[in-house]
Design a protein around this ligand. Structure first.
Ligand code: FEO
Length: 165
């Protein structure tokens, strides 16, 4: 095995954290569906898929370095959101938590002079910058729109159409 037992255990914990993030985004998507906000629901469903992809990326790395993959139970995600802002704030908090975890993994890899894991983790460092930024922008948009949540849906629809061009 190319990595330490400790690094292996910490990466397995991150697999669980990414699956939990995916589960949270799926619950948030369902909450938006219940509010009748289809675009937000779609956006968060896509994010749930991305988080699952992050978990699988780590599983793939563990395989490549001869590590052991141990899957944990995924906690039940929160579902009782009272407003769009509450959901988006919870998503931002979750991204900040994931960022903190990734930074701890980087610290561990550097401390062990484990440069293979350090190099692998750079993708996640960059991804978190993007995800925290995107969620912060969405929270700002939601706060600007106030009670006019349909304006948020309209702005997101516009962004999605622009991205397709
Ligand atoms: Fe996989 Fe959004 O952190």
């Amino acid at each position: 095995m190319m990595i330490s037992q400790k690094m292996n255990a910490k990466l397995s914990d991150q697999v669980a954290a990414e699956f939990y993030a995916s589960h949270k985004y799926l619950a948030m998507s369902c909450a938006f569906d219940r509010m009748g906000l289809r675009i937000l629901a779609q956006r968060f469903l896509k994010q749930a898929d991305e988080e699952r992809g992050h978990a699988l990326k780590i599983v793939g790395f563990l395989r490549d370095v001869g590590g052991a993959v141990t899957l944990e139970a995924v906690d039940k995600p929160r579902a009782d959101y009272g407003s769009v802002e509450e959901v988006v704030q919870a998503a931002l908090d979750s991204e900040l938590d994931i960022t903190r975890r990734i930074n701890e993994l980087v610290t561990q890899a550097e401390g062990e002079k484990d440069y293979a894991t350090r190099s692998f983790l750079q993708w996640f460092v960059d991804e978190q910058v993007e995800e925290v930024s995107t969620m912060t922008d969405l929270l700002n948009l939601v706060q600007l729109a106030g009670p006019n949540v349909l304006q948020v849906e309209a702005a997101l629809r516009h962004q999605m159409l622009a991205a397709k061009d």
